[in-house]
Write a protein that binds this ligand. Structure first.
Ligand code: A3P
Ligand code: MG
Ligand code: MG
Length: 385
């Protein structure tokens, strides 16, 4: 295999697709040896206000409350305050890990990204529909990943058909039916938790270890049960899903597949409980079921089309190792332009291709902002721990 340096000399820009380096997905019957995953520890939490300001407090933290039976998940749809679509920037997370509470962990971390990115990476072996594109940088031996979202993709979300938008709202209104700004008291009746404002989010930043990689990730947490302890042990992830018709094998199959995403999304932040609201096709809440995150793999084991979380973790390790190799090659051989930005393109069912961004693509990533690659200049100038 040619090294990144050899390729740069050999191929004129833009590079033909054939010069991309790649990593193939594992076969689904791969049974790698168990990969250890250290229980995540929260370092800091923060909130986004209705004005979309990041504040280091728990003002956006919500508490679980029992929703009313048959709650209408379209309720107050017209009052939904929508967050403007954003690029996949790391800025909020970087701000958080620049706080004193995180600096130690940061200086030891191998990987920094939003929880959603790591989740997508890990479940890639089982993803057969949606591809993704990431930008990656390495600073002081730490890998930073951001999702590469183009202006066209942002516009596409803005132009989402009304029907899909309605469905998306079901998830948010479920959150509102199930949460309150204060813990539930005896005798409280189930009620609407307030109109949906998707600017408002409560986020947890945790450190963890996957195999040999120390990871630093942040992600949204929907609510906590009864008390907030400062750790993930009372976190609850809320999800909606279509009711499973009794005895309907394809409904069950579909749900078990979804459980893979539910599982890793929660597992990575150490969220111990997932509360699923099952709804009918008209958007009425029918039943609730609580799942213990750590028990989910056992529930699907041995079923047709089941998945193996250890395969995902082992793939994740392999992926991180390979990306690190590519980035070390590229970063050490970059001199003139100063910044090396990698791009990873995942094709479902196949694998991941890697390439170096050229100067035009780097400019596109910077989007006229004060950045080094995709990392904000203020972050780079800290010297990164
Ligand atoms: P559901 O998960 O109940 O469908 P999250 O579950 O991650 O807390 O996200 C809350 C809601 O945001 C989701 O509710 C869904 O409505 C919407 N949402 C999140 N990710 C989405 C995606 N990739 N596409 C469409 N909607 C999404
Ligand atoms: Mg959420
Ligand atoms: Mg949720």
């Amino acid at each position: 295999r040619a090294t990144a340096r050899q390729q740069r000399v050999a191929s004129p820009s833009p590079k033909p697709f054939a010069t991309l380096q790649s990593l193939e997905l594992p076969s689904k019957d791969w049974s790698p040896k168990p990969v250890a995953f250290q229980k995540p520890l929260q370092l800091i939490s923060f909130s986004y206000t209705p004005e979309r300001q990041l504040v280091f407090d728990n003002s956006a933290l919500r508490f679980w409350v029992e929703p009313p039976r048959n709650a209408d998940l379209s309720y107050r749809y017209a009052h939904w305050i929508k967050r403007r679509e954003e690029k996949g920037r790391l800025d909020g997370l970087l701000k958080a890990i620049s706080e004193d509470a995180c600096k130690d962990a940061r200086s030891r971390a191998h990987v920094v990204c939003w929880r959603g990115i790591l989740c997508k990476i890990l479940i890639a072996p089982y993803e057969d529909r949606n591809g993704w594109t990431l930008n990656v940088m390495m600073v002081n031996n730490r890998l930073y990943f951001e999702e590469h979202i183009t202006e066209e993709q942002l516009a596409e979300v803005d132009g989402m058909p009304e029907k899909n938008r309605q469905q998306t709202y079901y998830g948010y209104s479920f959150e509102s039916w199930c949460t309150s700004t204060r813990p539930r008291r005896r005798g409280d009746k189930a009620e609407w938790g307030g109109d949906v404002d998707t600017n408002v989010q409560w986020c947890s930043v945790v450190k963890g270890k996957m195999g040999e990689s120390r990871i630093l990730i942040g992600g949204e947490v929907d609510c906590v049960r009864d008390t907030y302890t400062g750790q993930p042990d009372t976190f609850v992830e809320l999800k909606t899903s279509m009711s499973i018709r009794p005895g309907n094998a394809s409904d069950e199959l579909r749900f078990e597949k979804k459980l893979l995403k539910f599982y890793f999304q929660s597992f990575l932040l150490g969220v111990p409980e997932i509360m699923v609201g099952f709804r009918d096709f008209k958007g009425h809440l029918k039943t609730l079921q609580s799942f213990k995150t750590l028990e989910i793999p056992r529930m699907v084991r041995g079923k047709p089309n089941s998945w193996d979380p250890n395969l995902c973790l082992a793939w994740g390790e392999k992926f991180l190792g390979q990306v690190r190799e590519w980035m070390v090659e590229g970063t050490t051989s970059t001199t003139k332009s100063g910044v090396f930005v990698g791009r990873l393109i995942f094709t479902p069912g196949h694998g991941v291709a890697f390439k170096e961004l050229d100067s035009v693509e780097i400019e596109e990533v910077q989007a006229g902002e004060e950045r080094v690659g995709f990392l904000p200049s203020w972050y780079i100038s800290q010297g990164d721990g």
